[in-house]
Design a protein around this ligand. Structure first.
Ligand code: SAH
Length: 218
């Protein structure tokens, strides 16, 4: 079901008011980005009417777009000011990349599934999101060419924090990643300051698997 442009704008502001602000999303830049990026454009036509619901949705290939609250929480944990270079692992439908693109200088995003990469790139072009650079690859190895990154976000869950990502994280730098077993994980906010790595769990989550040489096997 399609709602029409005005109704999508209303659905977004309701999503911000009812799902994000009351749950501790306080970074106004994050709230503004979530209120302005057209989430419905990132899901297939038949799901557009549900795009702002308080749940994840399928995006094909057995993958999902995260619930709005989780996108906002992960983005807020990166504490972006606007000047940063950000690496995202798991482009998926490209929604999280589009949110990041409004909040930092440049987003490098890696996806392992070709069909998702192609669809996401098409939307970035349509929306003229010129500061997103994407490629198909195993993101558990990061993207060494453009690092170090001020912030890194991993939108699939691995058994541990991939070493390559810690190496490509700037100092100071922030990384957010779900880590645990295949069914449930801790969403970790990792920080690097003066060469020292610290981490804390900010939420219990359930993500699709991070598959690759420093992740799970298929
Ligand atoms: N940020 C996405 C979330 C997509 S789900 C969005 O807004 O839609 C997570 C994605 O991570 C999936 O598309 C999956 O294919 C991808 N993924 C899993 N392992 C990966 C890896 N090693 N490298 C790159 N992408 C990976």
């Amino acid at each position: 079901m399609s709602l029409g442009t005005n109704n999508y704008a209303l659905a977004r502001s309701r999503m911000v008011r009812e799902q994000l602000a009351p749950r501790g999303i306080t970074d106004q830049r994050v709230l503004d980005a979530m209120g302005s990026v057209s989430r419905n454009l990132f899901v297939e036509d038949a799901l557009q009417g549900q795009a702002h619901g308080d749940f994840p949705l399928p995006i094909g290939e057995g993958q999902t777009i995260s619930q709005p609250y989780i996108v906002a929480l992960m983005t807020q944990a990166l504490q972006l000011q606007g000047h940063e270079t950000v690496l995202e692992i798991g482009t998926g439908c490209g929604y999280q990349s589009a949110i990041l693109a409004r909040l930092c200088q440049r987003v490098y995003t890696v996806e392992r599934i070709k069909s998702l990469h192609i669809k996401a790139r098409r939307i970035f072009d349509c929306l003229k999101l010129l500061n997103i650079v994407c490629k198909i690859d195993d993101g558990t190895l990061g993207w060494p060419d453009h690092g170090p990154y001020d912030a890194i976000i991993v939108t699939a869950a691995g058994p541990h924090v991939p070493n390559a990502l810690l190496e490509q994280l700037a100092d100071p730098g922030r990384l957010v990643i779900p880590v645990g077993d295949r069914l449930s994980q801790d969403l970790l906010a990792v920080s690097k300051v003066d060469g020292k790595i610290t981490q804390k769990c900010i939420e219990k989550v359930r993500f699709v698997s991070l598959i690759g040489s420093q992740g799970w096997t298929e």
